[in-house]
Design a protein around this ligand. Structure first.
Ligand SMILES: [Cu+2]
Length: 367
């Protein structure tokens, strides 16, 4: 198709070849209507690309370009110089390419074959040595960063054990005796000693604004340390494909003051009020849910198959960030978990509507 002149209004392939200037030299397109169309198509393509790029802007909840933790800063500190090096090389090479294409292009009437040369030892050496030197610089920067990341956490670091399951996260603070799921609380400025393992398949733990990724693997414990440096709410997600609901294996991290963190931990341990504990919802929970889910401060602390539901009323989301935690969504979840999160490994239990309402009231009251 390349090089043929498509009659006005034909096919995508011809359009694409004109769009990218692929018409063979010497074949001049005299059909101005076709040209206009190609120009219009080119403009549309540029506008569409621009729009697409713009939709990526605005609020960036999961960017590595706005670090709020020391490890994320390290990663960005590595990325930026590499990006600049790449940009300089790109501009130089493309500039040289475009310059050569214009300056030495074939001109009308010039039918000679250019002088044929083979090899140039000095050039060959140069363009082997320069990339090797650049790669060496990048390697040294990378190893230096990795060495800092590999240092053991200091005394007084807060241990957080992360265990990943299809498709949710459990966070346990052995020092405090607190266990929670999908929403992680972190005190600002205190070093976090993160210890991660998986219960089933390989996952990857990633909160882009706070720290780099860490593989979460069954059978071994991987470790990572970081300090959260800015108060805020940070989104994270599993970043290793782990099955059907992989994209709905998200998490939220809340970086709070030390006082707020202690208050939060205390609330988690307190358990429901006596009134809530005696409610109809608690009874249904005992019969239908406690085999899989635990709630601290109650008798239901044996269920290990599903996420910890302590402090459920305080959580922002359901199903590891799949939907907002509202009474309606929670009722939908209990009615048919896979309708909310396709693939979710919680069964539909066939509860009658009154029982669903009661258990929703019980869970939303855990705060
Ligand atoms: Cu995963």
């Amino acid at each position: 198709m390349v090089g043929t002149i498509p009659p006005a209004g034909t096919g995508v392939v011809g359009g694409v070849s004109v769009l990218f200037g692929l018409s063979a030299p010497g074949v001049r397109n005299s059909d101005s209507r076709w040209r206009q169309r190609a120009a219009r198509a080119r403009l549309a393509l540029i506008a569409a690309t621009g729009l697409l790029l713009l939709t990526g802007c605005g609020e960036l909840p999961q960017t590595i370009m706005q670090p709020a933790g020391d490890d994320a800063r390290l990663v960005q500190g590595l990325l930026m110089p590499i990006l600049w090096i790449a940009l300089v090389i790109f501009v130089l090479i493309e500039g040289f390419l475009i310059f050569s294409m214009i300056k030495y292009r074939r001109r009308p009437g010039n039918e000679d074959i250019p002088k044929q040369v083979h090899g140039n030892n000095r050039l060959e050496l140069l363009w082997t040595a320069i990339p090797a030197a650049i790669v060496l610089v990048i390697a040294v920067m990378t190893f230096k960063t990795m060495a800092v990341q590999a240092e053991a956490p200091g005394e007084g670091a807060l241990v957080v054990e992360v265990s990943a399951s299809q498709w949710w996260w459990e966070f346990s603070y052995p020092e405090l005796g607190v266990v929670t799921a999908n929403e992680l609380y972190l005190p600002i400025g205190r070093e976090i000693d993160l210890r991660v393992h998986a219960n089933d398949v390989i996952h990857s733990f990633w909160i882009p604004k706070l720290a780099g990724k860490i593989d979460v693997v069954p059978g071994i414990e991987n470790r990572m340390k970081f300090v959260a440096e800015k108060i805020g709410r940070y989104q994270g997600q599993c970043s290793e494909f782990c099955g059907i609901a992989h994209a709905q294996m998200r998490l939220l991290a809340f970086v709070v003051t030390t006082v707020e963190f202690e208050e939060w931990a205390e609330k988690q341990l307190t358990g429901p009020s006596a009134e809530a504990a005696a409610s109809a919802g608690a009874g249904i929970f005992a019969a239908q849910c406690a085999a899989c889910h635990s709630i601290q401060g109650t008798a239901f602390t044996f269920g290990q198959i599903g996420p910890e539901l302590t402090g459920m009323g305080l959580r922002e989301t359901l199903g590891a960030g799949t939907v907002a935690n509202t009474p309606e969504n929670l009722a939908d979840w209990i009615r048919e978990p896979t309708a909310v999160k396709p693939g979710a490994l919680m069964p539909a239990l066939g509860l009658v509507e009154d029982d669903i309402s009661a258990v929703v009231a019980y869970l939303e009251g855990l705060r």
